[in-house]
Design a binder for this molecule. Structure first.
Ligand SMILES: Nc1nc2c(ncn2[C@@H]2O[C@H](COP(=O)(O)OP(=O)(O)OP(=O)(O)O)[C@@H](O)[C@H]2O)c(=O)[nH]1
Ligand SMILES: [Mg+2]
Length: 407
């Protein structure tokens, strides 16, 4: 049972690097061969339209040489250039080369469960090429799971094209993947600033935290092991099956709290304090489905605390009342995503709070589109009105469906 990871663009690769640095320390995942091949190479395809970042991140981890795909020129923070490619310059083999590397990686799996993509929503390669790739992979692998872990830009101070890029990629993902795990750079930054009590946080610190969140969900748990205590590496796909089963409600957000000396209940209170629970009018956001993963359960006593935690979780995440089983618990003895002796709680939730972000992206894009702002950059690289209008419609439908689901 294997998972293939594809890390795309600068952001996808830097976060992928932080993720794998943690994964390789986990004995269970190494033994199960679900993320790491029997020959010790990572089941990962590394893609970027330019070689610089890839050169750096592939130095000290066992990436497979033939699964590294690079082009010669970045995609200039432009979804259209990433999606439609560099037609005129002859440097347009990125898609073919990537698909070939993915095909070979899939052939090395006895049984492929699914593919996880890591990419930004606002870079030209991450958003545009990432969109094109998910669309193509959906056609090639129609029955396998596809999951995108996407990273949303800071709300201000980045590229003026970020709203268009985010909107165009979110809508393509909505149409093609089974689950979108969305991380907001601003949210992670705030959490790290608060935890470390420091103003300046580097990308490395940010990525380490994001990687820890992903490991919190993806690494093996005792709850999903077979009777013979063997891990099948099903965690990512069990998460999709449990909390993202509906094609129109597939956004998942992750939060985590880690400490060595706290009770499970205190860990949950701390985690819950970092979670945005109400909209600007004071109306609660609702969770449609939630998975809570406890790691570092050295005494195997976590199950005794589950009913108390369930009550607490359902109150703080305002679980919808139409789902009779809104919360699942998984637990594991070790906590490889943190330091020795630490325990962590990680929550992955399909929550209506994503609507706030989708609304912002949609509204800003519409204002810019109606004013004709920056559109020539998109037409120049092959995008057309249909790309935009279809994306507006897709995101509007997602927002409507989330609102209806939590009414
Ligand atoms: N969390 C995090 N975000 C990053 C990192 N690097 C870039 N970003 C974010 O990603 C977005 C830019 O996307 P990149 O991944 O740099 O762009 P790209 O996909 O390489 O695309 P082009 O360079 O335009 O071809 C911005 O929103 C950045 O804030 C990183 O290491 N960590
Ligand atoms: Mg780049």
């Amino acid at each position: 049972m294997s998972t293939v990871f594809i890390q795309i663009g600068q952001c996808g690769n830097q976060i992928g690097h932080a993720f794998w640095r943690k994964v390789v320390k986990d004995d269970e995942i190494t033994k199960s061969h679900s993320f790491i091949h029997t020959d010790g190479k990572l089941r990962a395809v590394v893609v970027d339209s330019e070689p610089k970042v890839v050169r750096k991140i592939t130095k000290n981890l066992p990436f497979r040489e033939e699964s590294i795909v690079t082009g010669k020129r970045g995609r200039g923070t432009n979804w259209a250039l990433g999606y439609y490619g560099l037609k005129r310059s002859g440097d347009d083999h990125l898609l073919e080369d990537t698909l070939e590397a993915v095909r070979k990686e899939v052939e090395r799996c006895d049984c492929l469960n699914g593919i996880v993509l890591l990419h930004s929503l606002s870079g030209g390669t991450g958003s545009g090429f990432g969109s094109r790739l998910t669309e193509t992979l959906r056609n090639i692998y129609p029955i396998h799971y596809l999951m995108s872990c996407v990273f949303a830009p800071h709300a201000s101070g980045e590229s003026p094209l970020q709203h268009y890029n985010s909107m165009l990629s979110l809508s393509t993902l909505q149409r093609n993947v089974d689950c979108i795990v969305i991380t907001h750079n601003d949210d992670v930054l705030n959490r790290v600033q608060r935890r470390k009590a420091q103003e300046n946080v580097s990308f490395a610190q940010l990525n380490d935290t994001i990687a820890s969140h992903l490991c919190g969900i993806f690494l093996p748990t005792d709850s999903l092991k077979t009777k013979s205590a063997y891990s099948l590496g099903m965690e990512p796909w069990e998460m999709v099956r449990t909390i993202s089963p509906m094609p129109n409600l597939k956004f998942v957000q992750v939060a985590q709290y880690m400490n060595s000396k706290m009770s499970w209940s205190d860990l949950l209170s701390k985690l819950s304090a970092t979670w945005r629970k109400y909209d600007s009018c004071g109306k609660p956001y609702n969770s449609i489905g939630t998975i809570c993963v406890a790691r570092g359960d050295t005494t195997n006593s976590f199950p005794l605390h589950m009913s108390t935690l369930e009550t607490k979780l359902s109150q703080s995440f305002h679980c919808v009342d139409w789902n009779p089983f809104p919360i699942d618990f998984w637990h594991a003895k070790s906590n490889t995503c943190g330091s020795r002796n630490s325990a962590s709680l990680t929550v992955a939730t399909n929550c209506s709070s994503v609507v706030q972000y989708l609304n912002t992206v949609l509204e800003r894009s519409k204002v810019m589109y109606n004013a004709g702002a920056y559109l020539h950059w998109y037409w120049r690289h092959g995008a057309n009105k249909v790309d935009f209008e279809q994306s507006f419609e897709t995101l509007e439908n997602v927002i409507t469906d989330y609102k209806a689901a939590v009414k």
